[in-house]
Every structure is written in structure tokens, then in C-alpha cells.
Design a protein around this ligand. Sequence first.
Ligand SMILES: Nc1ccn([C@@H]2O[C@H](COP(=O)(O)OP(=O)(O)OP(=O)(O)O)[C@@H](O)[C@H]2O)c(=O)n1
Ligand SMILES: C[C@](O)(CO)[C@H](O)COP(=O)(O)O
Length: 234
Amino acid sequence: MTAQHSVRGDVAVLVPAAGQGVRLGPGGPKALRSLRGEPLLVHAVRRMTAAPSVGCVVVAAPPESVPAVRDLLSHLSERVEVLVVPGGASRQRSVAAALAATPDRYDTVLVHDAARALAPPELVERVAGAVRQGHAAVIPVLPVVDTIKHVQPSGEVMATLDRSALRAVQTPQGFRRSALVEAHAAAVDDHTDDAGMAEKIGVPVWTVPGEESALKITRPLDLAIAELLLDGVS
Ligand SMILES: Nc1ccn([C@@H]2O[C@H](COP(=O)(O)OP(=O)(O)OP(=O)(O)O)[C@@H](O)[C@H]2O)c(=O)n1
Ligand SMILES: C[C@](O)(CO)[C@H](O)COP(=O)(O)O
């Protein structure tokens, strides 16, 4: 290992990975489902540890799988510290558990869904870079490609939204640690989006360009698309 490779980064990445993956269908917790022969979680954490800024990854795993997940991830990186904690009953609780276990020395904290298994290390660097430049909360976003309508429960269309002002949000999302801690402390409902929680307490949220490859593997078609991406078809 060269001297450069032994330098530990100053960014911690929290990886909520304790969800069941109901929308993906039967087959066990989603983060442990196979994508071309390796669990989604291994793909995700490998890409996080490949980002030079990252010094620590804290995974919130399904509680019954914590020892197995520690084994799975133990050989991924010599440079990056990988910790595994039991996740909670919701994504928010899983992120909170990982945040509580994050060593104090990390002032920049990213949150990244295990379900976005193919998010590239370059995206980690882009988000972390914007936090370093002074933004307290940073999200990667993509333009919306569909026409978006506001629809009533009855099925009636209320309005057509101005697509040019809309963005689809991805992870990793980056935070000054104090902003993320305060956002979680203030949250009363269960949220699935950490930047949304930060917004609620008045933290300005900045955007950087996202990546198509950081798609969230939610339904069976997403898994098939991720396999094609891994095969180099894009
Ligand atoms: N109790 C939970 C629920 C979700 N997650 C994680 O949050 C991320 C985003 O959630 P999503 O992709 O919606 O996963 P699931 O909640 O597992 O999906 P579903 O709603 O289909 O069950 C995933 O990496 C998931 O493992 C978590 O750590 N703890
Ligand atoms: C954080 C997130 O991935 C941004 O798109 C998303 O909000 C997670 O939401 P989900 O309800 O867990 O799919």
C-alpha cells in the first residue's frame, strides 16, 4: 500500500441498509439480494470506500444480519473503517442509529441508500466537495423527464407542474454533521429524505448534478436495469 492510499479521508458515509425491500418482492432484505452474484450492499459499500475523501462507512443492517454483514464487508477496504450497527424499523431510525455510532472526528457526513448500489465514487466526491465549500446540506439531483401532474385522490388533474423547476433527488446526500444531528433531533414524523428533514429546520439545501447510475433499486425492473449497467450496457 502506498503512503497516499494509507491516508484516511475526512468524510463518514452512513448507509441505511435495513429495509425489507417489499416493492422488490420476496427474497429477503433488499440490501442482501444478489446483483450479478454479489449483495447490493457490497456493491454500494465498495463504491463508497473507493472515494478518496471517505474515511469511515457506518452501515445500518437488518438486526438479525449484523454478524453476517460484518463478515461480508470486512475485507472491502484496508484504508476505510467499516462499522455495522443494527438498523431500525424505519429508514429514519436506521440513519439515526448509524449517526449515533459515527466517530466524533467526522464533521462531514453523507447518507447513502444501500439501494442505490451503483452510485459512483465520483458522485461521493462531488457531494463532499460542495459540503467542504460551505454548504450545510447538499443533494444530487437529476432533471425530471416526464410531464408531472398534480392529481386529486378522485383521479382528476388539478394542475400541470412546471417541469423546468423540478428535480428528482438521489443519494449520497451530504451534511455538515451538526446540521444532520439537529435535523434528526427535531424530526417528529418519519421521513425518508434527510435533506427534507434539514429543510424543515431551515437549513439551506444546495444541489449538485446527480448520476443516472445512482438509480434506486426499488422494483424488479430497477434490478434488471442495474444488471445491464454492470454489464456495460447504457
Ligand atoms: N427500516 C429501514 C427501511 C429502509 N432502510 C433503507 O433505506 C434505503 C432506502 O429505502 P428503500 O429503497 O425504499 O428500501 P425499503 O424500505 O427496503 O423498500 P420497500 O419500501 O420496498 O420495502 C434502503 O437502502 C433501505 O435498506 C433502512 O435502512 N431501514
Ligand atoms: C433518500 C431518497 O433516496 C432520495 O430519493 C428517497 O427519499 C428515499 O425514499 P424511499 O421512500 O425510502 O424510497
